[in-house]
Design a protein around this ligand. Structure first.
Ligand code: C2O
Ligand code: CU
Ligand code: CU
Length: 486
């Protein structure tokens, strides 16, 4: 392989890479045929500049580059501050944050903070375009429990392409809760961004993310942009922050020996207590924090297995984990993790119904940037009922935390009963959510809700809601000006 090109990518990420021999570009490696030649890349932590005012200022640049995702076959990719994916931002509850995002691409994009509770103007949806050559500088105060959130473009109609080319990164929120969970980034607290790809023989990413029912369902798996990866671990327990950063694929994750591991967090924060599992499911946009125990000297493979939907076809190995011959002692897994208040639905809670019956509309309406679909009073708790009459979808709501009440009348598994912002809606089923809305009001700037299968989101399976001062719901204009060029 062209060692130099691979090392260029490694240098961009600020890590060292053990270089393997060539992998066949185009080769499919299903579960059971492992190679695991490449050390897992770990996105670097982005250092903020902390001003006298206490504001933590981060700089992100959206840019083109070339990445040898398939070793020896460099091709055009997009990234933040590098050629593929982006650095991890990390800050604590109470911190004042500012991010200056410069767009060095030739097209308009946006950057959305998926999982952040913040004012609509800072949300980075399609109403906050970043034109080529310009910089957008959102700022907010982190005020939510410890969370694994992420950032990605959200320009209406081109989100699928922008994310597929490589624009995505993690944003970790810490809080004071001394949970005793592993927290040393890159050592025992490791992000795992899962993506599937199709590659052309020259190593470029192939496929049209807006074609077919689901867009891209790849036959090559990447973790943190690393093809065919392995990870050396050096501690008895490791916390993995899993992010499904794929355009459409759903993962059913387990280990090759079907070992038990513990889920400790959902999209919007930690669970009250760890939940033992041997398999978890994750649809696009969802995050899950897990803690896995290792024995000295062992090796085990993280894999995904086929399910019964169309978006989870195929068994694939994702990552080989190699435990060092001696492991540093880890603290025992805490019995209690966080004080999680259940989202209580008042008896007179408003119920809103959303129907998914194709791939380009919700309640029969295609996304319209100038139409406000729902008006929600600040601080409300509501029931949102998502009915899916067709093939698999999922559902994401900006700004909120929700808990899944039931799926066709059944409670979700214990590991998925925490606070979330994205949920799987299986074929021909109804999911009911207890949704807790925030307190930032802005009658003229909407937040989005949508299917996070990006092909569906881009083709109009999305709607808009505003959060307003309670009592003003009926005074809010339902049509807004859209001033941007998309
Ligand atoms: Cu992750 Cu509206 O998006
Ligand atoms: Cu979001
Ligand atoms: Cu969908």
């Amino acid at each position: 392989m062209k060692r130099r090109q691979f090392l260029t990518l490694a240098a961009l990420w600020g890590v060292t890479v053990a270089c393997g021999a060539d992998s066949q570009p185009g080769a499919v490696r299903p579960a059971g045929k492992p190679a695991f030649r490449n050390a897992l890349l770990v996105p670097p932590l982005l250092k903020p500049k902390v001003g006298k005012d206490g504001v933590r200022r981060f700089d992100l640049t959206m840019q083109h580059g070339r990445t040898a995702i398939l070793p020896g076959a460099p091709a055009e990719t997009w990234g933040f501050n590098g050629s593929y994916l982006g650095p991890t931002l990390r800050a604590s509850r109470g911190d004042k944050i500012q991010v200056a995002i410069t767009n060095r691409l030739e097209e308009t994009s946006t950057v959305h903070w998926h999982g952040m509770r913040l004012p609509a103007k800072m949300d980075g949806g399609p109403h906050q375009p970043i034109e080529p050559g310009t910089t957008w500088t959102p700022h907010w105060t982190l005020d939510q429990p410890a969370t694994t959130s992420w950032y990605h473009p959200h320009p209406h109609g081109t989100t699928a392409m922008h994310v597929y080319r490589g624009l995505a990164g993690m944003f970790i929120v810490d809080d004071d809760a001394t949970t005793g969970l592993p927290a040393t980034y890159g050592v025992d607290d490791v992000p795992l961004i899962l993506q599937d790809k199709k590659f052309a023989p020259d190593g470029s990413q192939a496929g049209d993310p807006l074609k077919g029912t689901f867009g891209i369902l790849g036959d090559h798996m990447l973790v943190n942009g690393t093809y065919d990866p392995f990870l050396n671990v050096t501690t008895e327990r490791v916390r993995f922050r899993l992010l499904n950063g794929s355009n459409a694929r759903m993962y059913h994750l387990s280990f090759s020996d079907r070992r038990t591991f513990h889920v400790v967090g959902n999209d919007q924060g930690l669970l009250a207590a760890p939940v033992p599992v041997d398999r978890i499911s994750l649809t696009p946009g969802e995050r899950m924090e897990v803690v896995v125990a290792f024995a000295a000297g062992e090796q085990v493979v993280l894999r995904t297995v086929s399910g019964s939907d169309d978006i989870d076809e195929g068994d694939f190995d994702l990552l080989k984990i190699v435990a060092a011959p001696r492991l540093a002692t880890s603290r025992p897994l805490p019995a209690r993790l966080a004080d999680i208040a259940p989202i209580n639905v008042p008896p007179d809670a408003k119920v809103r119904r959303f129907r998914l019956n194709g791939h380009d509309a919700i309640n029969g309406k295609e996304m319209d940037l100038s139409r406000i679909d729902e008006v929600v009073p600040a601080g409300a708790t509501e029931i949102w009922e998502i009915e899916n009459t067709v093939y698999g979808h999922n559902f994401h709501i900006h700004e909120v935390a929700f808990q899944v009440l039931d799926v066709d009348g059944n409670k979700p598994p214990a590991y998925a009963q925490g606070h979330k912002d994205t949920v799987y809606v299986p074929p021909k089923s109804t999911v009911r959510l207890a949704v807790q809305f925030g307190r930032f009001t802005d009658p003229a700037t909407p937040y989005m809700y949508h299917c996070h299968i990006l092909r569906h989101e881009d083709s109009g399976m999305m709607g808009q809601f505003v959060i307003v001062k309670p009592g003003t719901e009926n005074q809010v204009p339902r049509t807004i000006a859209t001033h941007h060029t998309m």
